[in-house]
Design a protein around this ligand. Structure first.
Ligand code: SAM
Length: 213
């Protein structure tokens, strides 16, 4: 199978509609176009975009299905990962993608508009400065958990769904990082869901919240 075809996604997410498949194919093209102008994804990794970035972002959906009507913040989204692929997958969920670098947010806004993703808002801001509250927070490759959690600990809605919390894409040996953070957590190994070698050491760390209602 061509590792950059949308089929790589449909084998793991067989319910993708033709429109979603088209959006993912277009997302791949748009990243190619934007990356030629601004480095939003490491250039050496562009050849593996579909697996290492788009499928990796969607891996969060193997661990949690965001219910329709809920809200998600993607902290340190960079060029829109994992937020944009998740927003395509969950059109009934509202996504707020934030990053402290304005030119990256500009790219995210342009891509969201081109893909007609009406469920995406992107803001040039630091996570610590966001006052809205969310059901879920997602992230990839931004900061150590202990630091990251300090930024976002007050960004959860008080009343939410039981699966509320932070879903953080991480790699490698996390024991020290998890011990340092001292938070209740669950770790999901992504190699149980995906056969590509890339996922061998990849994980989703879930930090649950405890809603009051
Ligand atoms: C290594 S990049 C990862 C980008 C993207 N999540 C990905 O996986 O491709 C880290 C990003 O986090 C952003 N960032 C770091 N600290 C932040 C903060 N406190 N609030 C918002 N964005 C932050 C940086 O500007 C950068 O774009």
């Amino acid at each position: 199978m061509n590792l950059n075809s949308v089929e790589i996604l449909t084998q793991y997410f067989p319910d993708l509609t033709p429109e979603q498949q088209q959006q993912f194919a277009r997302l791949q093209e748009l990243y190619g176009e934007w990356n030629a102008k601004i480095n939003v994804i490491s250039r050496k990794d562009m050849d593996n975009l579909m697996v290492n970035h788009i499928l990796h972002s969607l891996a969060i959906a193997k661990v949690v299905r965001f219910p329709a009507g809920t809200s998600v913040m993607d902290v340190g989204t960079g060029g829109g990962l994992p937020g944009l692929p998740l927003a395509i997958l969950f059109p009934e969920v509202k996504f707020h993608l934030v990053d402290s670098i304005g030119k990256k947010i500009h790219v995210v806004q342009e891509i969201a508009q081109e893909l007609r993703l009406h469920n995406v808002k992107a803001s040039h801001t630091r996570a610590e400065q966001v006052s809205e509250k969310y059901d879920f927070i997602v992230s990839r490759a931004v900061a150590r958990l202990a630091t990251f959690y300090q930024w976002i600990q007050f960004s959860f809605k008080k009343e939410s769904v039981p699966e509320q919390g932070l879903y953080y894409l991480k790699g490698g040996d996390l024991d020290e990082e998890l011990a340092e953070a001292g938070l209740v957590h669950e770790v999901y190994d992504l190699n149980t869901y995906f056969k590509e070698e890339f996922f061998e050491t990849k994980k989703v760390v879930y930090i649950p919240q405890h809603p009051t209602a």
